[in-house]
Design a protein around this ligand. Structure first.
Ligand SMILES: [Zn+2]
Length: 419
């Protein structure tokens, strides 16, 4: 095989260090656009941009990869435009690895009007009519796929597993996700079973179409495909999904890694993730979808997840909310008007080394555009660095101490969020 061809096919995962007494591990994901040292937090650039921040600044703050969204890019500018540009990374001036979310979550969440932050409490209420009965809903699911109305212009579209694969191949990210039916904690158990069976059938169709497209587009860099593990808060369903998708092979192709998705009850996050990760093939990477609050990242890492994405860090930054070692607070609060200290004096980001809370308070109050840029740089750095510190703690054998130290000081709790 030529060196060029090997480069094109270079997707692999090496585990460097595994903890004897837990599922946690340290590794490297190799992609055609470079390596990702794991555990790693992957910032979200939904529409091929991390809102308000230059890609160079994202690299400077330690982002190893970015995650964009197939649904949004399909609607605008169109996946064919990204294909013509040479793929997502080339299009958005990001030379490092990229991920795309399949659009499964988005066609359903935007379609039925879920809140962007999913309820993370299984006890509130359970009704399938959140999906099945609402006349105003914008998405209809059947066994073949999902028909949905564009949230941009009201036009009708249809995603099937095949369409999602075609769109994601055109977008050209290094890591893609299979098209799944994402449920909520509000759905009944019978509906969760139905959605899981559907996701399994769709997984086979994704593998088949992925294989066909990989052969068809043999001159393009290899794109890895991750299967998505559903099953909400049910132990038997989560374990069945991990067993079935973990060993699935179709068209001579198996999944290159896995995403843990669907409705995640925050109170049970660690338990759910450990059910799944005890079963999934150990030598393949595992991504926890839409999770990025500091306290949840510890739970994900110690239960064997390798990568994470969450839109929360940048979304809350634009509303003046920032993470610090002492917890989360709002810079627009008047108590910061004369505070000439950095947002977090332990943070090494560009914002904290050049600006004060008083300045941040001023630009937020004045609705200056730079407020979003500076706060996003800080929040993304805070989360990226926190996961980097977890990786180092695993290597040094003091993860438990590091976790206890951090959580002893950090007080804010927040939810799951995907764009
Ligand atoms: Zn900072």
């Amino acid at each position: 095989m030529s060196a060029y061809k090997e480069q094109l096919l270079s997707f692999s995962f090496d585990i460097k260090h595994a903890q004897g007494n837990s599922l946690a591990r340290v590794g490297t994901i190799n992609t055609p656009h470079g390596a990702i040292q794991t555990p790693a937090f992957i910032p979200v650039g939904t529409k091929a941009t991390v809102k308000s921040v230059l890609p160079e600044a994202m690299a400077d703050l330690g982002a190893q990869a970015l995650l964009s969204n197939a649904y949004h890019l399909y609607l605008q500018p169109g996946a064919d435009i990204l294909d013509e540009a040479g793929g997502l990374g080339e299009f958005m001036n990001w030379p490092s690895p990229t991920f795309t979310d399949s659009g499964g979550f988005q066609v359903l969440s935007l379609g039925v009007g879920f809140k962007k932050v999913l309820a993370m409490d299984a006890q509130t209420f359970r009704r399938d009519d959140v999906i099945a009965g609402n006349k105003d809903r914008l998405a209809h699911v059947d066994d073949e796929g999902v028909t949905f109305k564009s949230h941009l212009d009201g036009s009708m579209h249809r995603f099937t597993p095949e369409v999602s694969m075609q769109v994601q191949h055109q977008i050209g990210a290094d890591i893609m996700f299979a098209f799944d039916e994402c449920t909520t904690l509000h759905n009944t158990r019978p509906y969760q079973e139905l959605a899981m069976d559907r996701t399994y059938a769709w997984a086979i169709r994704c593998l088949d179409e992925h294989k066909r497209l990989t052969d068809d587009r043999a001159t393009k860099p290899y794109q890895a495909l991750f299967g998505v593990i559903q099953g909400a808060q049910y132990e038997d369903l989560r374990k069945k999904a991990a067993t079935d998708l973990g060993s699935l092979e179709s068209s001579g192709q198996s999944f290159d890694g896995f995403g843990i998705g669907g409705a995640l009850d925050k109170g049970q996050l660690g338990t759910i993730v450990s059910w799944v990760n005890q079963i999934l093939p150990e030598n393949k990477p595992r991504h926890l979808l839409g999770i990025g609050a500091p306290e949840d990242l510890f739970v994900g890492v110690e239960n064997g997840c390798d990568t994470f994405d969450c839109v929360l860090a940048s979304r809350i930054a634009r509303t003046s909310a920032v993470y610090t070692m002492e917890g989360r607070f709002n810079l627009s609060n008047s108590r910061f008007k004369r505070d000439f200290t950095p947002i977090d004096d332990e943070c090494d980001c560009y914002t904290c080394t050049h600006y004060t809370r008083a300045y941040m308070h001023h630009v937020f109050r004045g609705k200056e555009i730079i407020s979003a840029t500076l706060a996003t740089i800080h929040n993304e750095r805070f989360i990226v660095r926190l996961v980097d510190q977890m990786r180092q703690a695993l290597l040094d054998g003091n993860f438990s101490d590091m976790k206890a130290d951090f959580l002893g000081r950090y007080t804010h709790r927040s939810g799951q969020a995907r764009d």
